[in-house]
Write a protein that binds this ligand. Sequence first.
Ligand code: GDP
Ligand code: IMO
Ligand code: MG
Length: 425
Amino acid sequence: MSVTAVVGAQWGDEGKGRVVDLLAQESDVVVRFGGGNNAGHTVVNEHGTFRLHLLPSGVFNPRAWNVIGAGCVIDPGALLTEMAEVRKEGATLERFLVSERAHVVMPYHLALDGLDEDRRSGSGAAIGTTRKGIGPCYSDKAARLGVQMGDLLDRDHLAARVRAVTALKNAVITRIYEGEPFDPEQLIETLWEQGRQLDGHIGDTLPVVQDALARDARILLEGQLGALRDLDWGTYPYVTSSYPTAGGAASGAGIPPHRITRVIGVAKAYTTAVGAGPFPAELHDDDGMKLREVGGEYGATTGRPRRCGWFDALAVRHSAMLNGFTSICLTKLDVLDDFESIGVCTGYRVNGEVLDRVPLARLMERAEPVLETHAGWRTSTREARTEADLPAAARAYVHRLEELSRVPIEFVSVGAEREAMVVRS
Ligand code: GDP
Ligand code: IMO
Ligand code: MG
């Protein structure tokens, strides 16, 4: 019996999709538990290279159920496009279910995400969101103004709900932003049509998940983003609007917390972030550029260049505490193959004091990194499959990150492909 959560230990894009794709081969149910198509999870397998935004990264295992849980927010048009794409490449989607409780990202959420960001940019306070409507959708969910996926299957209910909510949203869009209002009748038509196309894939996901628990099946919970973008514990306000931790996994997937047996934190061997906010270990020099180019660090969803820096031990320790990692999968070690020396951030110097834990964003913004330097190994690790295959300096580096994170590093990824993984004993 196992329920494994795979969650991001940094600011997102750690390689969760790659890890979930690998573990999904041995899973019966894969659940996306939070977020929406702000995520971009890259999977490289025998079918090709895919950037999955909404679909769980287990869709390429035809034996597994793939579930989008109640904690997610869904742009139905984006979901249909993605479903068509993976079907073309051989995924059957016969066992794919979206929670009727998940919320719909409405066209006005997309518009408001852009309008809010533009307004914040004007006052120098932009968050750098993906503009996929995520924040406005979760705001409406909390304000009890949301439309749920199950609403798409009942035309009368959908129409009444959309008319009521769109009137409020239009008031904000036209009177505050002087933007164009949305025609509720057109929204109803589009959503009804999308609901019909998704019929058979929208339903109560609880029986699938709970039956799997009851028969001790293997369940995989796929996180999005990372703990540093968590709404409660991230670098607020430079966060997303959901809970990308193991706690969020329990709630968003509908799994009792004590049934989660394994929490794998995915951490890059260095750090990246997209969007604004404090990032003390960020590099603005040639090493930062090199990490970006060698690591291909461009957003899978927006194409934005990712900000790059050295491994931040405080950030990963923070995530480990919040998530209770049972182990870490360290990814992209191979990206460091050609560095003469490699830095690791072990403290934040703020106002003359050295902190060893993540403070509020306003203090983190002023932090200078305390760095230790490691010798590089200047040789390829891409063919390594056991720890003994790694050069001594790489082994020492991994060992030091393990010590600083206070969590065993169980896997070391040395390439994007399924087989490019070192399993440590
Ligand atoms: P996610 O959002 O956490 O799933 O990660 P992304 O897919 O956004 O970003 C990770 C990127 O790194 C993708 O392009 C992966 O194909 C790639 N990747 C994952 N693991 C490795 C690795 O060990 N080495 C290299 N070179 N690339 C990797
Ligand atoms: P995966 O799952 C990296 C970032 C945005 C922004 C902040 C809020 O692929 O790791 P939002 O659109 O969610 O309101 O933006 O979160 N962000 C991501 N960064 N990877 C992602 O997903 C992200 N999803 C959102 O850049 O800083
Ligand atoms: Mg990503």
